[in-house]
Design a protein around this ligand. Structure first.
Ligand SMILES: O=C(O)CCC(=O)C(=O)O
Length: 294
């Protein structure tokens, strides 16, 4: 169901026996229609969200000055730190990334991955080939912790939740993703796997601006049709922390319309708590906090 610029052609998909490309819920397409359109999507569905409901989604914009989306108080669980890295720090990080090979990934992206491999369907972890994390991972974790410790912004309850989520955090997984505008690279709506990963997710945007779109939760019990979509701007050199409701109750995506040129991101995650208590989990934590691989 996934797609990029190379496999959008319906005839090519038919020849290779591919399903129709995954599309945004109709209501989100309708809400985004006013913005410059880069991709038109063929067929709604596949997100577990009410695709057939074409009521335009309510669009909200996250504001880092108040660490919330002012028009959507239900959206909680993102802290965004623009200018978290200086330009020379970002350049040096990109150099370290370029020194390693990328491999092709889903939906027109390229990736570098450091961590255990998971079979999400079978709920299995395999850390045999995990040799350790790149040297830059601990510096990024430290920078994020410093920013959160100094943060006095927004709702104190939500800030306390962010700090609590970080108490249980130790980076065990580093995912570098590269998005290319000409490939229409994208990340479809999903919730990060909860069997594999713990609460706090750390996301660094390196070389270009983008937007992290959050979708949900539909609240038909309140008689509100349609969806809420919170657009979190991700400027180059910003760090974002995702936790609480934004982590567990909202789906997130990078839409192809939000990639200009080349975009590289680094996502840091931690092992889920239940896995930490297993022998394999303990070994993984030890390797992740051991010597870096470079
Ligand atoms: O590329 C990004 O900035 C976001 C990555 C992400 O959220 C994910 O892989 O789940």
């Amino acid at each position: 169901m996934r797609w990029c610029a190379r496999c959008r052609d319906p005839e090519l998909r038919r020849r290779h026996g591919l399903r129709d490309p995954l599309a945004l819920p109709a209501g989100l397409e309708a809400a985004l229609a006013g913005a410059p359109e880069r991709t038109t999507l063929a067929k709604p569905g596949g997100h577990g969200l009410p695709a057939a409901d074409a009521t335009p989604a309510r669009l909200h914009v996250f504001d880092p000055a108040s660490q919330c989306a002012p028009t959507c108080p239900a959206f909680r669980g993102v802290r965004l730190y623009p200018d978290a890295l200086a330009r020379d720090e970002a350049d040096s990080l990109l150099e370290q990334i370029e020194a390693r090979p990328f491999t092709p990934s889903q939906s027109g992206k390229l990736k570098q991955h450091f961590g255990a491999r998971f079979n999400f369907m079978r709920r299995r972890m395999n850390a045999e080939r995990f040799a350790g994390l790149p040297a830059y991972a601990s510096g990024l974790e430290h920078r994020l912790r410093t920013l959160v410790a100094a943060d006095r912004t927004g709702d104190p309850g939500s800030l306390a939740d962010a700090r609590r989520a970080l108490e249980n955090y130790q980076t065990t997984d580093v995912f570098v993703l590269r998005y290319l505008e000409h490939e229409q690279s994208n990340l479809d709506f999903h919730v990060d796997d909860c069997f594999a990963y713990g609460e706090a997710i750390v996301d660094l945007s390196l070389d270009s601006d983008s937007v992290l779109s959050f979708l949900g939760p539909a609240r038909p019990e309140r008689g509100e049709p349609g969806l809420e979509c919170v657009r979190v701007p991700l400027p180059a050199r910003s760090l974002a922390l995702v936790y609480g409701p934004a982590r567990f109750e909202w789906q997130h995506a990078i839409l192809p319309r939000d990639i200009r040129g080349v975009r590289t991101s680094i996502t840091l995650r931690t092992l889920a708590e239940t896995l930490r208590e297993t022998d394999a989990g303990r070994a993984l934590l030890a390797r992740a906090s051991g010597p870096a691989i470079d």
